[in-house]
Design a protein around this ligand. Structure first.
Ligand code: HEC
Length: 105
């Protein structure tokens, strides 16, 4: 029991220390790869590189702006829209991430 309490304390203080390292008022950094894995990967394959239930995104002919619109609006019956799930910053980060993927298979 005591050991459990010590573990809790350690976890709590570690996260406090991590929070203290952030510049005051700065939003947490967006990890596009993680966002992609959580929201997109189950259809678009790992990291957008392999087509699974949906097209391969690496090397898409869409512009970054078109990719952003697609993420927000989705495609009826094909892909859900993420306008209510993701922030504008997250959508922008995902669009940049997709456009940064290598085009060659
Ligand atoms: C439920 C499955 C599903 C999920 C989840 C999903 N997609 Fe899609 N996505 C699709 C399908 C299917 C298509 C092809 C539809 C079409 O263009 O006709 C598509 C197409 C796209 C396209 C257009 C690609 C092109 O070149 O035409 C982009 C960009 C895209 N998805 C990005 C994303 C992103 C980013 C996420 C996560 C935020 C995501 N998708 C989540 C199923 C999904």
């Amino acid at each position: 029991m005591l050991r459990f309490a010590a573990l809790l304390m350690a976890l709590c203080c570690a996260s406090l220390a991590a929070a203290a390292g952030e510049p005051a008022g700065a939003p947490p950094p967006i990890n596009a790869k993680k966002l992609f894995a959580r929201h997109c990967g189950w259809c678009h394959g790992a990291f957008g590189l392999a087509a699974d239930k949906a097209p391969r995104l690496a090397g898409t002919a869409m512009t970054e702006e078109q990719v952003r619109a697609r993420i927000e609006d989705g495609a009826p019956g094909e892909m859900p829209g993420f306008a209510n799930t993701l922030s504008t910053e997250q959508v922008e980060a995902l669009a940049r991430y997709i456009k940064s993927l290598p085009a060659a298979p």
